[in-house]
Design a protein around this ligand. Sequence first.
Ligand SMILES: [Cu+2]
Length: 150
Amino acid sequence: MRFLVFKKETLLFFLAVGVVIASISVWVMLKAGDTTVFNQQSNREIREIHMVTGEFKTTMKDGKELEAYRWDPGTIFLEKGERVHLLISGINGEEHPFKIEGTTIKGTVKKGEETSVPLQFDKEGTYRLICEIHSDRSHNGPMIAYIVVD
Ligand SMILES: [Cu+2]
């Protein structure tokens, strides 16, 4: 009875072919992985949240007028790490210079214009969007919106 015997050169050839096939397989799997990640990111659109500047106004019995500027909606919710474009439309009030507490985000919303504010938070928490000239009751506010990140 004879066993199948290969020459040393033949064995080396098969070994080399095996290594090449394994390498190509690994490369294809990695490329497929890359593509999947890429598609997930590009298919995931940046969510838009729309906000307006509004105004509450009333006249008291003694004729005195009260008014408060507001961001509307007054609370928005984001997931941690989520990318959002906050689009603020200036309706009431000539302009509203704002900042977002705990960040370097600043800007101004002007009447008749839309201000785009890109948002992405790495930490959970409640961040206040504050109008710097209508920050409290004595300045026709409080014009504060709450950005809740969880
Ligand atoms: Cu304001």
